[in-house]
Design a protein around this ligand. Structure first.
Ligand SMILES: C[S@@+](CC[C@H](N)C(=O)[O-])C[C@H]1O[C@@H](n2cnc3c(N)ncnc32)[C@H](O)[C@@H]1O
Length: 194
């Protein structure tokens, strides 16, 4: 797949798995603002290391980073674990930055960046989902995770739990300012059926 910034409003699964590669026109930012569920802070390197270690992606698996920022998790996962990646990012600026970063790392065949809303995304191709959002955002997203994800899909969330789900593992890591942050690993369906 080529790494291009795709426009939202069209079902993402159709674009990724079918038409795949069209580029779309710009949209106003106001809609982005209303649907933005998390601040734009990238995960620290050590948190990414730990998130990926916990999710343990296998070569060829599909990792979705929901709110991918500058693409750093996708790039680390593709380089170190040989996974395919899809990043959904509501900020046009960040989606473009992520696409540029993917290109710099020559990972265009492995990573697709979509400028869009992860709440409107079919997540069913994912084997691993990474999140760094907020607890309320995770709560809003949870019905979609339960709707789309297949058994044995791992969901790893930095800093914020998914309300109503039970982690199969947690780990602590140092954040940007030295504070300790928790990483939560979930697995479908074991984390859903408590
Ligand atoms: C805390 S940042 C995490 C970035 C990246 N995942 C990382 O860990 O480095 C959260 C990102 O989610 C994006 N975001 C928030 N709501 C979104 C939505 N509804 N759809 C897609 N992206 C969203 C924000 O623009 C932001 O870049």
């Amino acid at each position: 797949m080529r790494c291009r910034v795709l426009r939202f409003s069209i079902p993402v699964s159709t674009l990724v798995l079918g038409l795949g590669l069209a580029a779309y026109a710009q949209e106003p930012d106001l809609k982005d603002f209303k649907t933005n569920l998390a601040p734009t802070v990238g995960s620290p390197e050590r948190a990414i290391d730990k998130m990926l270690e916990m999710a343990n992606p296998k070569p060829g698996e599909m990792l979705y980073d929901l709110g991918c920022g500058d693409g750093r998790i996708l790039i680390a996962a593709a380089e170190r674990y040989k996974v395919k990646g899809v990043g959904i990012e509501i900020s046009k600026r960040l989606a473009e930055t992520a696409a540029e970063n993917v290109k710099k790392h020559r990972l265009q065949d492995d990573i697709t960046i979509i400028h869009g809303n992860f709440m409107k995304t079919d997540l069913s191709p994912a084997n691993v989902v990474t999140l760094y959002l907020a607890t309320t955002a995770n709560d809003t997203l949870r019905p979609n995770l339960e709707r789309y994800l297949h058994p044995s899909t791992r969901v790893v969330s930095y800093d914020y739990p998914i309300p109503g789900w039970k982690p199969i593992e947690t780990s602590e890591t140092e954040g940007h300012h030295g504070a300790v942050h928790t990483i939560y690993l979930y697995e479908v369906p074991n984390s859903i059926k408590k």
